[in-house]
Design a protein around this ligand. Sequence first.
Ligand code: PHE
Length: 451
Amino acid sequence: MEKERGSFTGKIGFVLAAAGSAVGLGNIWRFPYLAAKYGGGIFLLVYLILAITFGFALMTAEIALGRKTGLSAIGAFRALNKKYSFVGYLASIVPMIILPYYSVIGGWVTKYLVAFVSGQTSLAAGDSYFTDFIAQPVEPVLWFCLFIGLTAIVVLFGVEKGVEKVSKIMMPVLVVLSIFIAGYSVFLPGAMEGVLYYITPDFSKFSATTVLAAMGQLFYSMSLAMGIMITYGSYMKKDVNLNSSVKQIEIFDTGIAFLAGLMIIPAVFVFSGGDEAALGKGPGLMFVTLPKVFESMRGGTFVGAAFFLLVLFAALTSSISLMETVVSIFQDKLKWNRKFTCIVVLIGCILIGLPSSLGFGVWENVKIIGLSFLDFFDFISNSVLMPIVAFLTCIFVGYVIKPKTLIDEIKLSSDFKREKLFVVMIKYVAPICIVLILISSVLDVLGIFKI
Ligand code: PHE
């Protein structure tokens, strides 16, 4: 079968699609929670510095690898050095693991959007609504299939008519919704205390773990170390300015994360009377606390519906990037056509996602190293494989093909002012920091050391 490789039409299409991948569930519930926990403004500051140094170097390297070779992860590594194609394979496993469970959560979001749109606000704010819902054997699976089905339809249409077009519609809507909800939240009576808590640096909370937590979040948030940016880079035209594209993607990703904090922290503060514990980590914040916050607000049904629409768009553009990456890997490797590949990936994804969905109900007692299926997949991909892939990518670029190979690629479309920073980051700083993240997150899960 013939392979057809598409491309983004221009810079805006590329930046919006890559930002669509980067802006996701991680920005909306994980970032605000981490910022609140690690000292508010100080976390924001550390995150920002890391984004323009560490994040910038890794994202630039991945996009340049893709654009230089015109191939997705496996092919890209192999084309530059045969011995390192295993890094491409490792990177490719990550989106295959993430896509199914990410779509299970995407299904929950879709369910909540429909609940708010149909005015079931007080029902959704009920104490056991969430736990009862995810424990059911059939309903969450149907929402999961709907979500992954929507994703597959977009990917089926290809890079230009599917991914790019959808990003060009969803991303501007996402920005408008974020500004609207953040504005609403900040002006709630009594919200200022929460805003100040969020943005005032608390230097006493600064420690090495602040940096590690910010770095871990940065990775996930910028969709690094899983072949996505390599794949998207491979669809980028040679005359599109790579350097300034990376800057814009970072501004997008960090900006939406910051706005999410402004949406959530003040509203939760007002609701809980200033109790930080209400910002609890994980699904609890988004699916349990926030619906209660919306119920207590004037116009909360409308704001809640707008919020879950925002989350749905953020999650969809991310899952599209995951599926596009997986499809592109199969297409490059096996030369299947897009339609057939999409169907195979869709079926595979549903099968792999099922245990993650059922793990909250009928398979509740099945645990792997003490984790539910969903948490286990999340741990293996984010805490183990991603740091390993990022580390190997740095070694590959820094010492095997040498940074100059990519710098030449970047300079095809613009000058490269941060060239020195790029080299220092890729060769020295990033690999060391990544090893530290890997060690700390593994120890964290094994319960030996808590960050
Ligand atoms: N970057 C996305 C976020 O911040 C998460 C994501 C991870 C997206 C993996 C795609 C792939 O939520």
